[in-house]
Design a protein around this ligand. Structure first.
Ligand SMILES: CC(C)(COP(=O)(O)OP(=O)(O)OC[C@H]1O[C@@H](n2cnc3c(N)ncnc32)[C@H](O)[C@@H]1OP(=O)(O)O)[C@@H](O)C(=O)NCCC(=O)NCCS
Length: 185
């Protein structure tokens, strides 16, 4: 399925809304939280992680439904990684999965990263994480495996997948239109 629920929207969270990111990450069930952080992450870890995202200027694009963030795409600052390649990460709550939310967030994040002049992005996920690997592949990430983790990079200057090169859809109506165009193609 490619259409977002009618009452959902995608937008960049303001600094004041970063509490919603914390609540979203805390709501993830244990398996999803482990997948998201590539390992064990208790409540205090998640709370300090969310606080750090606010403090270091991480850009968070949220999937918002009825005032709750049910999905998030994070674009970390380039100076947070050793080689200056920004890290990205995704999380969608179980109730909102397999509806295209992760894909719409990914597209929007790529547009945001391009606008900021980034040339590539890095994503790290557990090698057993089929969902994230499928999502990353869809956007042209080349994943390599090491120590139980897959690390992938996405080249924004030379996108290899049409998904990475098309403009972001930001509303449920846009997503529905994109799904229709996709089916027609
Ligand atoms: C990974 C995640 C963000 C995907 O979100 P989502 O909203 O379900 O993603 P989408 O619905 O856009 O699906 C994206 C693609 O992945 C595929 N996919 C999704 N879940 C899958 C699964 N469990 N197994 C295989 N493929 C899967 C879909 O079929 C889709 O491909 P398609 O468009 O060709 O059909 C979500 O599963 C999640 O939050 N997982 C827990 C946190 C996590 O693992 N984060 C990654 C660490 S950065």
């Amino acid at each position: 399925m490619n259409g977002l629920p009618a009452n959902g929207s995608i937008r960049t969270l303001t600094a004041r809304e970063m509490l919603l990111l914390r609540e979203h990450l805390l709501r993830l069930d244990p398996e999803s939280r482990r997948d998201r952080f590539n390992g064990a992450a208790d409540e205090s870890f998640v709370e300090s992680y969310a606080a750090r995202c606010l403090a270091d200027g991480t850009v968070v694009i949220g999937y918002v439904e009825d005032g709750k963030v049910l999905g998030a795409a994070e674009l970390h600052q380039p100076d947070s990684s050793d080689d200056g390649v920004p890290e990205i990460a995704f999380s969608v709550e179980r109730s909102a999965r397999r509806k295209g939310v992760g894909s719409v967030l990914f597209k929007r994040l790529i547009t945001e990263a391009e606008g900021r002049g980034h040339e590539s992005l890095r994503i790290t996920t557990g090698y057993r994480n089929k969902a994230m690997r499928a999502l990353a592949h869809k956007f042209g990430a080349h994943l390599t495996f090491r120590h139980g983790e897959s690390t992938g990079s996405i080249d924004l200057k030379h996108p290899t997948q049409p998904e990475a090169a098309t403009p972001a859809v930001t509303t449920a109506a846009d997503a529905a239109r994109a799904a229709m165009n996709f089916s027609r193609a």
